[in-house]
Design a protein around this ligand. Sequence first.
Ligand code: AMP
Length: 311
Amino acid sequence: MRVIRRVSEWQAVLKRRKAAVIGLVPTMGALHEGHLSLVRAARKENDVTVVSIFVNPTQFGPKEDLKKYPRSFRQDCAKLKKEKVDYVFYPAAQEVYPEGFKTSVAVAPSADDPLTRSLCGKFRPGHFDGVATVVAKLFNMLKPDTAYFGLKDYQQCAVIWRMVQDLNFGVRLRTLPTVREKDGLAMSSRNAYLQGRSRQRALSLSQVLFWVRAEILSGRRDFSAIRAAALQKLKAGVDRVQYLEFVDPSNLRPLNKFQLPLVALTACYVGKTRLIDNVIITSPQKGKMRQHATPITERKNSRCHRHRSPG
Ligand code: AMP
């Protein structure tokens, strides 16, 4: 496994391995089984797997946890080596945002499609611009054929999908299901902040979302009553609920009447730790066959094609 710190080094690799099909797993490090599920898929489906580790400053707000975000490069490398990853792209901030950097990619919201302003976008202004910009940069720097993302960050998947369509990136997107701890807590690098009682309280997110799913799959259709009860349960478990929304999986618009499939998403604070989680609820028949099939997970963007110049 080789650690690459500069784009020029990677360009030399690409030149040597012209014919290789490349899978990219973008991460911010502090790797856990959720990340590794993406790595394993990339390893299976590509000639070469590159995992990027970059704590992207532009997606953090001024009062957010950029400085204390968990960093564990050595342990991350040991995990990736075990998975037989070929390359780790670990750039310095200066390599990604050199002096004078001025360009930003924004997936613009509109009145009828607030994609980047709703849900997390409402509470983290500028967050998705930071995400779109860094992902666009990673695609341009590393030129993958396929990039792997987790549905744990459902809104992020939707934003990146939109950007790839709008800007003709020619990168295929693969989205994979949320990996959870045995007790249901969605794995997250930020779970490292949770100690003792907070760890227990954090379970409320998945428990409430699973409750919503069970109610709906058992035939309940009184949408607002389910949401109100779920919100009450959440409030009893966590310190602050930022949102609990039921949305259309294909465009993330809030639902005002019942439909399936739907995605139920929440963001909450436990102490100072902000956690997000979601469940995708499909109709029972479909659910049995393909649990995570929704328009976002099924949509295929333009087939990947080589977009780097030969030689
Ligand atoms: P992060 O390091 O948090 O930026 O995450 C890097 C990638 O891993 C993103 O595509 C996330 O959606 C994905 N990811 C994070 N946690 C999980 C999880 N529990 N299950 C599946 N994918 C995840």
